[in-house]
Design a protein around this ligand. Structure first.
Ligand SMILES: Cc1cn([C@H]2C[C@H](O)[C@@H](COP(=O)(O)OP(=O)(O)O[C@H]3O[C@H](C)C(=O)[C@H](O)[C@H]3O)O2)c(=O)[nH]c1=O
Length: 194
């Protein structure tokens, strides 16, 4: 019996991964990634970069994606709590422009795999939240791109009632709407076509 279990979401290929937690009187142990066992549950992934960010309660990062060299992301909250959101930007996808959100905490061992072709963002629900993710492609600042977090056409139901204030970077405050970049995405991005 493997240590990881896939949980499907309403969006194809976007999955949650339950992780076996070994608890004892010292605390707990878990494997956060195991290439062989991930392949056994259908996730054949090659990670080339790990990221770690620390956020205060109310920080919203995103929605981000890399215009070229899109990144798949295996996300875990090490400590704290976030509401994590992925938006399907895969051209021709039947769920193009649709979003899915999930609460991730350091305690429940839930991981979230967001394949290439999605925009990603999260709202931080606790202070001192450590957010760790493995990426299937390296960072290309020249291709760093995104969509404004409150794009009315995507209409993400962020749990804003759970935070007192929003803390958003100037860069993220000025991100475009999906409708303003859709043509560029289709024409110039070596974007994921499913
Ligand atoms: C993403 C990234 C950033 N940086 C540098 C660039 C900036 O000087 C600094 C902060 O970058 P940024 O403000 O883009 O960090 P976030 O707002 O956390 O961006 C991330 O937030 C959302 C949630 C994501 O899914 C992406 O991985 C990523 O876009 O780190 C790097 O050196 N390498 C990197 O891979």
């Amino acid at each position: 019996m493997g240590k990881f279990k896939i949980i499907e979401t309403p969006i194809k290929d976007l999955v949650l991964i339950e992780t076996k937690i070994f608890r004892d009187n010292r605390g707990f142990f878990m494997e956060t990634y195991n290439q062989k066992e991930f392949e056994e549950i259908g996730l054949k992934l090659n990670f080339v970069q790990d990221n770690l960010s620390l956020s205060k309660k109310g920080v919203l990062r995103g929605l981000h994606f890399q215009f070229k060299y899109p990144q798949g992301k295996l996300i875990r909250v090490i400590k704290g709590k976030v509401y994590d959101v992925a938006v399907d930007l895969r051209i021709n996808s039947p769920t193009f422009g649709k979003w899915y959100g999930v609460e991730l905490t350091g305690e429940n061992g839930l991981a979230f795999y967001i394949p290439e072709g999605f925009a990603h963002g999260f709202l931080t629900l606790e202070d001192d939240t450590y957010f760790f993710y493995k990426c299937t492609e390296i960072y290309y600042p020249e291709y760093d791109s995104g969509i404004i977090w409150n794009d009315p056409d995507i209409d993400i139901k962020w749990p804003l009632e759970k935070v007192e204030e929003l803390i958003i970077s100037e860069k993220d405050k000025n991100l475009p709407k999906l409708k303003d970049i859709i043509d560029k995405l289709k024409e110039e991005g070596n974007w994921i076509k499913i």
